[in-house]
Design a protein around this ligand. Structure first.
Ligand code: SF4
Ligand code: SF4
Length: 413
């Protein structure tokens, strides 16, 4: 690249480049080709700040004498090679290359709804409900070692330790279905306890026959003992905890192999992972999810296998839409409600309940969550994430942060 010292240049940044400046560091991320630059030189950070000043519209004029000098020259070469932007000779192209810089301007931003006294969070908020988890009962005769923690970290069954068990009454279930009939719930999960022991289990197939999306039945593999309760209308999410009882697992495998299903493995260490690997290979399992479970004694396993690091983050390609989503909502929790068998309703099971389905409509509960924000809009806006250049590239905060009582899931700070 030839830069003439006696000339002036327009330097512009492409609209598809995301830039996050934090004190003495900045990240430039090209959302088209996934390339990135970590910038630490204060002069270059000043240039980036100038490019992002509203009045400059993504383009500034710089003297060739400045651009041609090392290390600015190397910075500009890398900037242009990675297609972060470009330079134009002002004498050849006098017109400023104005860039339409993307700005976050969500019309339906809830904070603005609240600020605007004349408007209220609208009736159409039902469209935000994308996933509904219904805990139909909370009794189970199995005794998995970490029963009390699985469901706090991932979708999983849970049983109540006291003798007073709850069931979600069929009338309540019917009422919920009526309320979501005109919504867009794309995934409905029915969970227990042992959901096959729900007193109205045999009515579920008829009850959900008009429901437009797939209904998922979640249950532990050891609770599938015969084919009587297995219906082809449902998808079966098979919970596998460790240690595994091989003959019981084999039985479940045979019962469900011809039905729509997905295996969920809840692992606490590398030994569990090896067993999962063996099962996948032996039974040709294609449809499965591995859920690492934090149990205090496996901190090192988590640091090594679950914690994120910049290399992992930058390996993925993010669209500007992804990055903007991370700035406004929690992509893990947004759109999901959980109703437990007592009727209490949560946006996240680890946070306070929003209300009870017997007393509150789903619409009211969604409105509450949009305003109170127990989970749906929890973003990386607290330290150390708020001071980190990867802030909105990093996945939204998850249940792991809550369980580990940390706001970041990395070793960066
Ligand atoms: S099957 Fe589920 S509810 Fe039953 S003990 Fe295991 S984790 Fe708990
Ligand atoms: S978890 Fe927070 S501190 Fe760690 S890399 Fe992500 S944004 Fe940065």
């Amino acid at each position: 690249m030839i830069i003439k010292k006696d000339k002036k240049y327009w330097l512009y940044i492409a609209p598809h480049v995301y830039c996050n400046i934090k004190d003495s560091n900045a990240l430039l991320y090209n959302t088209v080709n996934g390339d990135n630059m970590i910038v630490t030189n204060p002069d270059f950070i000043d240039i980036l700040k100038a490019l992002h000043e509203k009045k400059n519209l993504g383009a500034i004029c710089i003297d060739g004498v400045k651009l041609a000098q090392s290390p600015c020259y190397e910075f500009i070469v890398e900037f242009c090679e990675k297609k972060m932007g470009n330079i134009n000779d002002v004498s050849e192209e006098p017109e400023k290359p104005v860039q339409m810089m993307p700005i976050l301007n969500l019309q339906r931003d809830v904070n603005r709804f609240q600020d605007d006294m004349g408007r209220e969070v609208g009736e159409d908020v039902l469209q935000y409900l994308l996933e509904l988890n219904l805990y139909l009962n909370d009794s189970c005769e199995l005794n998995c070692i970490h029963c009390d923690t699985y469901s706090k970290q991932a979708s999983c069954c849970i049983k109540k330790s006291s003798k007073q068990n709850n069931i979600l009454q069929i009338s309540v279930l019917k009422n919920i279905l009526l309320q979501i009939k005109y919504g867009v719930v794309g995934k409905l999960n029915l969970i227990g306890g042992n959901v096959l022991k729900y007193p109205y289990y045999n009515e579920l197939s008829t009850l959900f026959s008009d429901f437009s999306s797939r209904v998922h039945i979640w249950n532990h593999y050891a609770n599938f003992t015969n084919s009587i309760n297995i219906f082809s209308d449902f998808k079966y999410d098979i919970i596998t905890t460790f240690p595994i009882n091989n003959s019981v697992w084999d039985n479940c495998y045979k019962l469900l192999r011809n039905y729509n299903h997905c295996y969920h493995f809840y692992i606490t260490g590398i030994n569990d992972y090896t067993l999962v690997d063996d099962l996948i290979e032996k039974f040709f399992i294609n449809n499965y999810v591995i859920h690492p479970v934090y149990i205090k004694t496996n901190h090192d396993f988590f640091v090594k296998n679950v914690f994120t690091d910049p290399k992992d983050i930058l390996q993925e390609t993010f669209s500007m839409r992804n990055i903007f989503a991370h700035q406004k909502l929690n992509t893990n929790f947004f759109g999901s409600l959980t109703i437990i068998s007592s009727g209490d309703v949560y946006a996240n099971i680890n946070r306070p309940a929003l209300g009870n389905i017997v007393n509150n409509s789903i619409l009211e509960l969604i409105k509450s969550e949009l305003i109170i924000n127990t989970a749906w809009r929890k973003i990386r806006d607290v330290e150390p994430c708020s001071n980190c250049i990867y802030q909105y590239l990093c996945p939204s905060p998850s249940n792991y942060e809550i369980i580990l009582d940390k706001s970041n899931l990395c070793c960066i700070r």
